[in-house]
Design a protein around this ligand. Structure first.
Ligand SMILES: Nc1nc2c(c(=O)[nH]1)N[C@H]1C(S)=C(S)[C@@H](COP(=O)(O)O)O[C@H]1N2
Ligand SMILES: [Mo]
Length: 406
């Protein structure tokens, strides 16, 4: 008798199905062994992402888009960045999923099944811009720790769900309500069930906005697993960390929510500007709320070549947190002069806006096209880096592409 235990045929069969071909010496594989081909999944296939996306980290998964991949008016799953603080929950069963509303500021906590949420409250659909607070971090100097996002940690998808406000009204909110905080099913990297990877939230005013959704659909389909299936909070215009994925509990707090990554320096910037590299005390750091005005040239890709005498059509999107973008300009002379772009109205509040322009170049040579948006309060994007901050948030510098006229 052979003392070694071998993998069962049925297990072998399912492993082969995932790998896609027969595991030729599979019958000699020790039982419990994970073939490398299963340990190292192709993230693009795993999440249905475009192969041009950049994997910044695999534990946890963090994947960003490139500017030209964000050219669609509405971001498809294929090009949507993934930002995880922990491990994606496994074995989700939407038919048994529940959402509990509790906290100091509810008279009585209440639990809803997903089906109850969907049928009991009116459904709404909005296009909502979600940008990671750390988008653009890679440019800061001295560098900031964390995912080195360039420009691609932003999306604007169509989200369908119920208003958080309607659900909170149904539960009954007391007058001491200050903040909501979400809790979710993802797992801390340590796998310690007592630790949450992230548990953030928003003041009541944001929680009660028309566009703040408990969403169960993205772009008309079930939300992809990596983006929060089967239920996620979507609070457009604020750091996307407020938009909790895999949400199963929302606490209505009588103080600013103090969950993981709400306190200390997480998702906070110095309340007053500091010199690059300066140490900032925790109590001098303020929570990021609305994201600043920003834009992205999504066509053409940087490095474009065009023929002398030809005009170049450029296009992209602009957004301004809680505000609307009221002007969009481009420059081909490193910001010395600016020309107006055509700018569309947003599909709804908190949706990004599309811009376009026909650019002429005076002669052959190297150019850069810079794009600059202005919000409804007259704030414009900085041409280069904005204020340095210890965690590298809120880089809304003008996006730039290189163009050669030959
Ligand atoms: N439960 C949970 N929600 C989460 C996160 C997370 O790690 N866990 N990451 C947050 C952060 S920091 C961002 S930027 C967005 C990213 O959303 P996306 O992965 O759908 O693009 O989700 C937010 N919601
Ligand atoms: Mo984020």
């Amino acid at each position: 008798m052979n003392r070694r235990k071998f993998v069962q045929n049925s297990v072998l069969g399912s492993m082969a199905a995932v790998i896609g071909v027969e595991i030729v010496y599979g019958h000699t594989m020790p039982s419990g062994y994970q073939p490398l081909g299963l340990q190292d999944p192709d993230p693009f296939k795993l999440f249905g992402k475009d192969e041009g996306m950049e994997v910044l980290n695999d534990r946890p998964w963090n994947i960003e888009a490139k500017a030209h991949l964000l050219d669609d008016a509405i971001t498809p799953n294929r090009c949507m960045f993934i930002r995880n603080n922990g491990l994606i929950p496994e074995n989700i069963d939407a038919s048994t999923w529940t959402l509990t509303i509790d906290g100091e500021a509810v008279s009585q906590s209440k639990t809803y099944t997903l089906q109850e949420l969907k049928s009991k409250f009116p459904n709404y659909t909005y296009q909502l811009t979600l940008e990671c607070g750390g988008n653009g971090r890679s440019e800061f100097d001295p560098p900031a720790k964390g995912n080195q996002w360039t420009v691609g940690a932003v999306s604007c998808a169509t989200w369908t769900g119920v208003r958080l406000r309607d659900v909170l009204e149904d539960v009954g909110i007391k007058s001491n309500a200050v903040y909501i905080g979400y809790h979710a099913a993802d797992v801390h990297l340590s796998r310690d069930p007592g630790k949450e990877p992230i548990s953030r939230g928003a003041p009541m005013a944001k929680a009660l906005q028309d566009e703040t959704l408990l969403a169960f659909k993205m772009n008309g389909k079930d939300i992809p697993l990596a983006h929060g299936y089967p239920l996620r909070l979507v609070a457009g215009g604020w750091p996307a960390s407020v938009s909790g994925k895999w949400v199963n509990r929302i606490s209505v707090r009588d103080k600013v929510h103090d969950g993981t990554k709400m306190t200390g320096t997480a998702y906070r910037v110095p309340c007053n500007p500091v010199a690059p590299g300066e140490k900032v005390k925790d109590e001098d750091m303020c929570i990021i709320e609305s994201m600043p005005v920003k834009s992205l040239i999504t066509y053409p890709k940087t490095g474009a070549m065009i023929k002398e005498g030809k005009k170049l059509g450029i296009r992209g999107h602009a957004w301004a947190g809680e505000l609307e973008v009221t002007q969009m300009e481009y420059s081909i002379d490193f910001g010395s002069t600016w020309q107006e772009c055509t700018l569309e109205k947003p599909a709804n509040r908190l949706a990004w806006q599309h811009f376009s322009a026909e650019v002429s170049f005076p002669k052959k040579g190297y150019y850069e096209v810079w794009a600059r948006a202005m919000d409804s309060q007259g704030m414009r994007q900085p041409m280069l880096l904005p204020g340095w901050n210890p965690k590298g948030y809120l880089n809304n510098a003008c996006h730039r592409i290189a163009v050669k006229v030959t």
